[in-house]
Design a protein around this ligand. Structure first.
Ligand code: GLC
Length: 409
């Protein structure tokens, strides 16, 4: 399944996981099939590409497409399939466990388990650029929160070369409202960063010294830890040893709290590995570690207080409402996203905040009932913005309606 037929006509990595969580309730075989097709494009080093391109879609219909990324094709079901060379958050172990819980499929879990483990090993071994036991991302697109103010400080140090945009034509602004999309200067940086990683052969050696953008995102790392917790449960189903997964989940959680949590703001922040500095921006990725059952109680309590404060509120917008540059329309700089709120909903329930979890669930359902399955929502009016008929919004609503009890990790 694609995220959107118009704006995103290929398979996206973390979208496939969220979509699978919804398909679990109505068409689990399709969910497994989506995960299998994504992992069939996994690289030999274990990385799961952030986009698997549909060979049936013309190069001109999406930018940056396969010709930009220059990744050699892999064979899949007798077809030649091409991918990008960057990753997205590893939500797939959670999705696989969810699919199995809703509709037991131990054989499917057994087939996918080694690939899920290789995905984690890639992230934890090749991407620990800061040496703290946390995963670094090398491009804002890897976070899934592409245009978040979380990256502004680190991105400001990346040159914005206007020449880059003269060489390529943006497709996103012709398919969506330009004022909702990233600015040209940021887009030039995005393309320049992708070119620089590509031209270095997608190698992860010496990243902090050689690549201009290397940051640790609290949501990406929380999802990596949550994946280890899910893998521990999957291991018990498939007859593998859960212990190493539990150890890794605990170690990542400890590193997150030790290095990305700020006691003063009461939330997590992004760290620029090249300077060692925490970003000052208060963004929703700094609340996502709430999904971790192993989070110290006082940290969970603080995240809940921040989420409910005037800075955010339920449903939680993508950025601090009180910030001078809070933007109700531009994506990831204010609007409400269902996938992030779905994660926070689970986090609230995991930490025993049942009433708040219920309130958040109702708020998400109201929003979608009123406005439709949009990509994101204007945080003051609830108006649906971005692309309509957005797959993960629809999928996660199915899950909210089924009210699956969150797992105790
Ligand atoms: C946007 C989002 C990203 C998502 C992609 C496809 O780029 O920022 O998180 O995966 O669209 O839906």
């Amino acid at each position: 399944m694609v995220p959107s037929r118009t704006l995103y006509p290929h398979q996206w990595s973390w979208d496939a996981a969220f979509i699978g969580i919804g398909l679990a309730h109505v068409a689990p075989e399709r969910g497994w099939h989506d995960l299998a097709s994504l992992f069939a494009a996994q690289w030999p080093d274990g990385r799961v590409p952030h986009i698997v391109f549909d060979p049936g879609v013309a190069e001109k219909d999406y930018f940056p497409g396969p010709a930009f990324w220059e990744v050699p094709p892999v064979r899949q079901d007798g077809r030649s399939v091409r991918t990008t060379g960057i990753v997205q958050p590893p939500v797939h172990a959670l999705a696989a466990l969810h699919l199995h819980r809703v509709s037991p499929a131990a054989d499917r879990l057994r087939e996918l388990y080694p690939a899920l483990v290789a995905q984690q090993e890639y992230l934890l071994k090749h991407r620990d650029a800061g040496g703290l036991g946390l995963v670094s991302i090398v491009h804002p697109w890897e976070s899934g929160l592409d245009n978040s103010p979380s990256w502004d400080a680190a991105l400001a140090r990346v040159p914005a070369d206007p020449e880059v945009l003269a060489r390529y034509e943006r497709r996103d602004t012709s398919k969506a409202v330009a004022s909702h999309r990233p600015t040209n200067a940021d887009y030039a940086r995005y393309i320049g960063l992708a070119e620089s990683y590509r031209d270095a052969g997608y190698r992860d050696f010496d990243l902090a010294e050689t690549h201009p953008f290397v940051v640790e995102c609290p949501a990406f790392n929380a999802l990596t830890a949550a994946a280890e917790a899910a893998l521990a449960e999957i291991a018990t189903v498939v007859g593998a040893d859960p212990a190493p997964h539990l150890e890794r989940a605990a170690a990542i959680t400890e590193a997150l709290v030790g290095h990305l949590y700020d006691r003063e703001t009461g939330q997590f922040h992004t760290r620029d590995v090249r300077t060692g500095e925490l970003s000052k921006a208060r963004c929703v990725n700094g609340l996502v570690p709430l999904i971790l059952a192993g989070l110290p109680g006082e940290v969970a309590e603080s995240l809940v207080a921040v989420a409910e404060s005037a800075r955010f509120g339920l449903p939680v917008p993508s950025y601090d409402r009180t910030a001078a540059d809070f933007d109700t329309l531009r994506y990831w700089r204010g609007p409400v996203w269902i996938n992030i709120n779905w994660l926070l909903w689970r986090g609230l329930a995991t930490h025993g905040y049942a009433d708040r979890a219920d309130r958040l669930r109702t708020a998400m359902l109201d929003l979608v009932e009123r406005s439709g399955c949009f990509e994101y929502f204007q945080p003051d009016t609830g108006e649906g913005i971005g692309t309509p008929d957005f797959s993960w919004t629809a999928a996660l609503v199915l899950d909210l309606l089924a009210e699956t009890p969150p797992e105790r990790e």
